[in-house]
Ligand binder design. Sequence first.
Ligand code: PGA
Length: 248
Amino acid sequence: MTTIHENKGIFIYMQVIIKRTTAEIADLVSEKFVSLLEKKPKAVLGLATGSTPIATYEALINKIKAKNLPLEDVKTFNLDEYVGLEKEKYSYRTFMEENLFSPLGISSSQVHFPSEKTLSAYDEQIAAYGGIDLQILGIGSNGHIAFNEPGTPFESKTHVVKLEESTRDDNARFFDTPEEVPTHAVTMGLATILQAKEIVLIATGTNKQEAVRQMLSGVNSLNCPASILNQHPHVTVYLDEEAAGKLY
Ligand code: PGA
């Protein structure tokens, strides 16, 4: 299914693919990463955390191992990281180590996370490596991408954000107690994300229905940060039937 959005007089095609299972989505998205890595061993990957990409990372690990693809020249840039964490086990760096880097032998010298110290230097570092070739995104139930909460300016670069309570509630499942969920994070900005050459966004489950509906409504609104993706020429949105439930 292809949807057409009108954006300031310019028609942009955002490809939307609806699949029945998470496994089918993981297979398609991991295949995109594999074909990039086959063509470009020095690829720059934009990576995301959360529940959504886990199945894709599992599929990617299996495919890369099966094909014995070399990864020494790959660079990665993660979308975001918490600020003020007391326990390293909750960090997105730890998540990535466990779910992707360590199984694939990707070393710490290849990976990058934004921090309060780097901020806009993060954008410069991405640009210095030639930009992100393929960026994977989830979407928050409030329409955020990375930690760009509703109201974030479309021209934002990497910055510190105060997390919405809905985001802290959504993420509490990763913490032993809800109080441990940080109040702040550092995130690539919306303009940073839009610099990626190609973007894949995955949304699964009924709690993403409304955010997905708004993103694909054709209205670019600060209330739904993901709607900025309508301005990018090469985005594919992968949905399961639940997340697509309000599109029919
Ligand atoms: P989730 O988070 O994958 O854990 O649902 C997505 C997001 O907040 O971007």
